[in-house]
Design a protein around this ligand. Structure first.
Ligand code: ATP
Ligand code: MG
Length: 357
């Protein structure tokens, strides 16, 4: 029997509602597999915790999390606490301390889902966006000068280190090789950003040279964004800097059917520290407490966690079950045009999983 320790942070709003369904799926997988067990511990670090204690997590929160094999995160956010606190004091410290320098978003159009591109010849979308998660354009360095004067200005520094750039591009190629993907597309803008992006391009060329069997495309990010809409089936693995990856992954999410669906992984590939898996959506305060949130993004995040820990078959099984339930169309939450509850959709996926395995 293989044992894994799992830190669960359900968070606020719909977070705890969808987390419940995701953990139920994990239990079904444990039973079906028979050789793995997750020992999970839940942490109530959320905006209520902040209101009570003045911080999003205890001072030794990161030390506590450090020894877990993985972190499953719901969502944080509340009208009572500004976003910069809930995000900056919980999610960002976790990403930084645990060197989760890869942000991974699968862009896969599941059968049974609507998409703005469906029935326009783009029904077969299945790629991943790999975003650099620690440096690049989001550095918190810069300044405001000459306030109130006609030549007032704001500066925001971009930081591309060789270390940071090499490791994200290297990860993209390793991922492509490991998952038998044929091409890697790197987002650049070296025609306008002549220091950082030319450096990025150089490193793409260096790393790609080691993978003769993988085809490389280096596209300017503006053109690349257009291809997401006009010919998205050309992509297998897309790798991008922090800002470009942020934008491209949201665009990717939009072409495959909405916020309640998309999962993400904040990954420390070396497995020196725990990686964290979370839905793309937030706490959805407008529907929180009604039991109608779509649990698929959180369930898919569990599948990504299992894949990361080496259980690719479990990932495939969960995805197949989600897809079967969507094709079947009986249990759909309101965001998918139905009237099923979070519980009912979660149960339908769990039952299908038991039958599929
Ligand atoms: P936060 O500040 O926590 O990010 P938000 O106000 O930005 O919250 P989101 O969670 O990002 O809200 O959601 C945006 C919209 O998408 C809302 O209308 C929300 O109801 C909807 N939504 C988000 N997640 C889900 C879900 N799992 N199921 C159904 N609808 C969702
Ligand atoms: Mg939001």
């Amino acid at each position: 029997m293989q044992y894994y320790s799992l830190a669960v942070i359900p968070g606020d709003g719909v977070g705890p509602e969808v987390m419940k369904e995701a953990l139920n799926i994990l239990h079904v997988i444990e039973e079906l597999h028979g050789g793995m067990k997750f020992d999970s511990q839940t942490f109530d670090w959320n905006c209520d915790y902040y209101v009570k204690h003045g911080n999003m997590m205890p001072a030794n929160g990161l030390e506590i999390l450090q020894d877990f094999d993985a972190i499953l995160f719901g969502a944080v956010g509340s009208p009572l606490v500004p976003d910069h606190i809930s995000v900056w004091e919980l999610i960002l410290p976790i990403r930084r301390r645990f060197e989760q320098y890869v942000n991974m978003r699968p862009i896969k159009l599941l059968h049974g889902l609507e998409s703005p591109l469906r029935n326009k010849g783009h029904d077969d979308l299945d790629f991943v966006v790999i975003r650099e998660n620690t440096e690049g354009e989001y550095t918190n360095m810069g300044g405001r000068l000459y306030q109130g004067l006609p030549y007032e200005m704001a500066l925001q520094n971009n930081v591309f280190t060789r270390f940071g750039t090499e490791r994200i591009i290297q990860y993209a190629y390793d991922y492509a090789e490991h998952h038998r993907r044929k091409n890697v597309t790197a987002a650049t803008k070296s025609n306008a950003m002549n220091f950082t992006m030319t450096f990025w391009d150089e490193i793409v060329k260096e790393v790609s040279g080691k993978y003769p069997d993988i085809h490389t495309n280096l596209y300017h990010v503006d053109a690349l964004a257009a291809y997401f809409v006009t010919s998205p089936e050309r992509f297998d693995v897309v790798v991008a800097s922090n800002l470009f990856g942020d934008i491209l992954s949201d665009l990717g999410g939009a072409i495959v059917g909405g916020l309640g669906i998309g999962p993400s992984g904040n990954i420390n590939p070396e497995k020196k520290y725990p990686s964290m898996f979370e839905p793309v959506h937030g706490s959805a305060p407008d529907i929180a407490g009604k039991g109608i949130a779509n649990p698929i993004a959180q369930i898919w995040s569990v599948a990504m966690m299992l894949d990361h820990l080496g259980f690719k078959e479990a990932y495939d099984l969960i995805l197949d079950s989600i897809e079967k339930v969507l094709i079947d169309g009986v249990f759909r939450t309101p965001d998918l045009g139905g009237d099923a509850s979070t519980r009912e959709l979660g149960n339908a996926i769990a039952n299908t999983l038991k039958k599929t395995a």
